[in-house]
Design a protein. Sequence first.
Length: 428
Amino acid sequence: MGAKKQDPDFYNRTLETMPKEKRIETLTKKLKEIVAYAYKHSIAFQKKMKEAGCVPEDIKSIDDLEKLPITRREDLIEAQKKLPPFGGFEAVNTKKMRRIYVSPGPIYEPGPWEYSEIGWTQALYAAGFRKGDIVQNTFNYHMWPFSFILDDSLKMIGCSVVPAGPGNSLVQLTIMRKLKVTGVVGTPSFLMTLAQRAESEGLRPQKDLSLKAGFVSAEMLPETMRNLLETKLGIRVSQAYGTVTTGCLAYECPKRGGMHLCDDVIVEIVDPDTGKKMPDGSTGEIVATNFNRTYPIIRYATGDLSYFIGNACPCGRTAPKLGRILGRTDQVTKVKGTFIHPWQTDDIIAKFPEIEKYQVVITRQGHMDQMTFKIELRDESVNKDILRAKLQRAIKEILNVRGEVDFVVRGAIYERHKKIDDQRTWDD
């Protein structure tokens, strides 16, 4: 018997074209199972349910999720400080964890022994990756989980993966040419760096490279930037949205116009203040529940704002669509794909008693993020060149992102200023 042929359009046609009623029935069944399982095996989740006055039998439908408290990133960090290493959110012994990831925070996140996440795999398949493709993964492999997750998902499709990581654009282009790489995944800004470097080297990507598909995530993808990438590289560039903690939440199909919800999570749009469900089409915070038996996360608040799109999609997928990401609910922001928290920037500044006041300003130069620490000094006689070098080193070490330092006059930063001022604008 020959090998089973891949579906030309769907990674899992049965799941992705499921009727609405069947989809709700399937998700409800999975929800009741994971709530009961997490209540029994996860110390932290059982505690949360008891504090809310709930037992697993109270969760009979997706709407009943509102009875459960929301968990935020800072909750995971605090829980891990009190009960290391996983804060009690884990539901298996460490011997049953295939990998233990480290996310900025730091947050320690266990991965299941048998990789079975379908969300990112669906996203990559919809983006055009197929069995036999050679895919260059330019996400960071150093401790952070996302690159490994995509690596596993690409292997589920049947792709060969080049674990390139970020940086070294000239070497990356050489690899693409020598190995005849057909697909590339990375942040939008790094793909733009590759496209621009190719131009500067006199390469014509559409003729000199073998690329067929591109996939981006972890940063905003304005349509102007997508159009430029597709023109320069001569490929379709697709995006998906998710978190390391919950997995992929939504992804683009070839028809675009929003992102289809994945089939292994429940996504809610809620009022950030009350946690109650928002009417369809209304903007609210994205809250997700996964079915991961190693690390079950129930009602995780992403901090991102979006809305549901109700129109049927001509691609044939029946899952509802998530609109574009409209912003954040707090001062947390992403720079070059990395979350930047006010408490992290406080930790940096606390190392330097010479500093009176600071503000982090995020801007865009072309298609690249720019992060600048504006600094007011207690004493202007400080050697600014030495302090700048020390600050830039601390920024890189703590945030894993390069930042500029701009010394400003006393009084230039208002008393009630935002610690992180994101001045970037995004087109539709």
